[in-house]
Design a protein around this ligand. Structure first.
Ligand code: GAL
Length: 364
């Protein structure tokens, strides 16, 4: 009886010291740190990662950083205190590097989840979708919707990019521009507003980037463009880097007389397959999105984590191993890239309903 009492007192005090996961009496195996929830997909990522980890018998805990890196760093330190053996991190920005270094000192493996952790040499794995291809789909969406291959008159486009602290934003933009540049050089497409040819043109790229992927920032910038650089032209397209920003841009356009009906809206791109944007695509307000099945990314990440924890050579179903493209600035990390899917009005039902990602009633 005494031993039982002692064990329960010990467990209670360790719990009180936050040394166990989920407030329960189990040591943590895998810490899951997601960046935010204001972009819908991260809630799905977190839920899928936790469920998949538990299905493999791991004790896992998920946190959301509210796009605040210092908050996420504290959450990750808590995971380390709880004895995590491996961390899966969707970072907010490069400031996560200090806690990745702390993890490395404790021999805790880190997988960068969907967002490369730049500036760090303290981890070995990255798992994401083929981000350059996501951008190519966005560029192709504009080419197809405007019929640029056969266009004889000049079409006008303005450019937006993702968060300047998110390395993915560079790949998305460069992928899109790899498709659009030939039309710009031919004069078929003319850029209105700041025009970085690639993300390497930092002076101009920061002018089109959107801090922390915030919809309010994109909306304000679109309103500014409509009243200034784009005041005297009718825009035919806006390169929007994800669905949250696409809808904010469309909202700004809708209040401008030049674009105040669905038929008059510019072609607007996106990614993430957010339900509100799928409805916009159905209704002809948004031209396309890119489906990045968070269920697939999460299960691939847990496959990778499981292999690492068991000391096995990872071989991840549905992911291509890339050992050269993703350089953190300190080292090239082993990157597993999943295939994204381009979605337009022609295939949104097949892509989202057939895969079970959404149900028919979700689209009501
Ligand atoms: C990126 C991610 C995109 C989108 C964006 C906003 O890193 O690859 O899918 O979610 O963040 O959170």
């Amino acid at each position: 009886m005494k031993k039982l009492l002692l064990a329960s007192v010990l467990a209670a005090s360790l719990c009180a010291a936050g040394l166990f996961a989920n407030g329960g009496g189990e040591k943590l195996d895998i810490g899951l740190a997601m960046p935010e929830t204001h972009v819908e997909r991260w809630q799905k990522d977190g839920a899928s990662l936790k469920a998949d980890a538990e299905a493999k018998g791991y004790v896992a805990e998920v946190t959301y950083g509210d796009a605040d890196q210092s908050k996420q760093n504290q959450q990750i330190e808590d995971f380390i205190t709880k004895g995590a053996k491996l961390l899966i991190i969707g970072s907010v920005n490069e400031g996560v590097g200090s806690v990745v270094a702390d993890a490395a000192k404790e021999d805790i493996e880190v997988i960068a989840y969907d967002r490369l952790i730049t500036g760090s040499g303290d981890y070995d794995y990255y798992i994401t979708f083929d981000n350059f291809k996501v951008g190519q789909f966005q560029g192709q969406g504009i080419v197809d919707a405007l019929g640029l291959a056969k266009a004889t008159d000049t079409k006008y486009i303005t450019l937006f990019a993702g968060s300047p602290t998110d390395n993915n934003a560079n790949f998305f933009f460069d992928g899109a521009m790899s498709v659009l540049t030939p039309f710009i050089e031919k004069g078929t497409l003319k850029v209105v507003g700041p025009y970085p040819k690639t993300s390497a043109d930092k002076a101009n790229f920061t002018k089109i980037a959107t801090e922390n992927w915030r919809a309010d920032v994109a909306k304000a910038r679109m309103e500014n463009l409509l009243n200034n650089d784009a005041k005297d032209v009718v825009l035919d397209a806006v390169l929007a880097p994800n669905d949250t920003l696409a809808r904010a841009i469309i909202e700004a356009c809708s209040t401008d007389g030049k674009y105040d009906t669905t038929a008059k809206l510019p072609v607007v791109t996106g990614q993430d397959g957010e339900i509100a944007s799928v409805k916009y695509i159905r209704d002809g307000k948004q031209a396309m999105t890119v489906f990045k099945d968070t269920r697939s990314l999460a299960s691939a990440a847990i496959e990778l984590a499981d292999a690492i924890l068991k000391g096995k050579e990872p071989s991840i179903k549905g992911a291509r191993l890339d050992t050269s493209s993703y350089n953190t600035g300190k080292k090239v990390v082993k990157s597993y890239l999943l295939e994204p899917v381009m979605v337009t009005k022609d295939n949104y039902v097949e892509v989202f309903l057939a895969s079970g990602y959404y149900k028919a009633e979700d689209l009501k």
